[in-house]
Design a protein around this ligand. Structure first.
Ligand SMILES: Cc1cc2nc3c(=O)[nH]c(=O)nc-3n(C[C@H](O)[C@H](O)[C@H](O)COP(=O)(O)OP(=O)(O)OC[C@H]3O[C@@H](n4cnc5c(N)ncnc54)[C@H](O)[C@@H]3O)c2cc1C
Length: 378
């Protein structure tokens, strides 16, 4: 019998393993992939996320595999209006996961396997593996990301708050001139008809590199013909929708595949279930355009690390006991903030009311003024 089985070794499950392992809690993290899969997920950690990673003791490992941006160029209304210092660090998602998995140690270990089913109770949890074998644990942490099957099998309901809330498009861009003229660039759409939130370009393989990653966030249905055109000819279609962009990025070409992912906003209700908690995307998803997924992941992990040691000190793992995790004030605040950001980012890009139009103009004017002041003082 172990203390905790973590199902899933993505960034959330791996971080739980790392933190509990340091606390001496006997933990097994189970994931079918010995090497993290190349999937399109969060590829940057921004200021607040780096602070959460620091609190979790994971920032050194994450920085070691990341490229720092240093300066971010911001474009609104068709031109670059600010070049601001930016703490963000960028890496491909599997590199983030590999870095966090590397922090699993002490009384925790990562094991290759796929969990087939769970039998939960207020006392002992039974975790069955595909191909045979069972692990008994006092607590199960479900960190299975977007895959709902295991959660559904133990009666957890996944509430879809906003289906296809946004669509993310990711691809690599190469600059034949040798290096891009900017360290990183975020380009906001000036036209609500484009249904684009923004395009962001950032280095993944060393600063000033020939290849940058491009992430585009749009509000369209997956079968929209415009998205089909983006899949086939990403740069011309995006440059057409974002006037001025082509002049700033210069001649460049797409290298490698174009990934298109839709994001539903979901929440998985897990209160009333004994012996189990959900973390990261398994607990609730976020909107990639709002960029709050890794805040949620790290906040969940820190909350769990605050509560789990107390639960394990006394017998049993009732639903009432684990409820303190879902009621954790920092987690409740972060979940609400993430949801609010998802709707606010969408409203900012699409809103046609007088108030939202005025707000967009005000944001662009304020950022332009700050940019001019920064340029003068520089
Ligand atoms: C396109 C896209 C762009 C994003 N961009 C950003 C961004 O810019 N900023 C940001 O903060 N967030 C972003 N996010 C959100 C962020 O990437 C996620 O919140 C985060 O990766 C969730 O991590 P996780 O560990 O919960 O899930 P995952 O990384 O999906 O991990 C789930 C793990 O569970 C394992 N698993 C599944 N089933 C089983 C099973 N039966 N047995 C054992 N293991 C199992 C899988 O193998 C996997 O390793 C983005 C998300 C997407 C989709």
């Amino acid at each position: 019998m172990v203390d905790v089985v973590v199902v899933g070794g993505g960034v959330a499950g791996a971080a739980v393993g790392a933190l509990l392992g340091r606390m001496g809690i006997v933990t097994r993290v189970i994931d079918p992939n010995p090497e993290p899969l190349h999937d399109f997920r969060g590829e940057k950690l921004e200021g607040g996320q780096l602070e959460l990673a620091r609190r979790a003791g994971l920032d050194h490992a994450i920085r070691a595999v990341s490229t720092p941006v240093g300066t971010l160029w911001i474009a609104r209304r068709g031109r670059v209006i600010d070049r601001r210092p930016d703490p963000q660090v960028d890496a491909r998602y599997p590199d983030f996961v590999r870095a966090v998995r590397g922090e699993i140690g002490g009384s925790a270990a990562l094991e290759v396997g796929k969990v087939a089913s769970l039998r939960l109770s207020a006392d002992t949890q039974r975790v069955s593996l595909v191909g045979g074998g069972e692990i008994q644990a006092r607590l199960v942490v479900l960190a299975t990301g977007l895959q709902p099957a295991l959660a559904a099998s133990v009666g957890l309901t996944r509430e879809v708050l906003s289906p296809c809330h946004s669509v993310s498009v990711g691809f690599d861009v190469a600059c034949p001139a040798g290096a891009f003229p900017f360290p990183a660039l975020t380009w906001y759409s000036a036209d609500i008809a484009s249904r684009i939130a923004y395009l962001t370009l950032f280095p993944l393989d060393g600063p000033g590199g020939r290849v940058q990653r491009a992430n585009l966030f749009v509000y369209r249905q997956l079968d929209d013909p415009w998205l089909r055109a983006v899949r086939e000819r990403p740069l011309p279609v995006i440059q057409d929708a974002l006037p001025g962009l082509a002049d700033v990025i210069g001649p460049c070409s797409v290298v490698g595949p174009v990934h298109v992912r839709k994001a539903d906003l979901t929440r998985t209700g897990a209160s009333g279930v004994p012996g189990l908690v959900t973390v990261g995307d398994a607990c609730g998803t976020s909107c990639p355009a709002a960029g709050t997924g890794l805040d949620k992941v790290l906040t969940d992990v820190l909350a769990l690390a605050r509560h789990a040691p107390t639960w394990l000190r006394s017998p049993g793992m009732s639903a009432e006991k684990v409820a303190s995790y879902y009621e954790d004030s920092e987690k409740v605040r972060c979940d609400a903030w993430s949801l609010g950001r998802a709707w606010a980012t969408r409203d900012h890009a699409l809103g046609s009311t007088l108030r939202l139009r005025a707000r967009r103009r005000l944001v662009a004017a304020a950022q332009g003024a700050v940019g001019r002041w920064r340029a003068v003082t520089r």
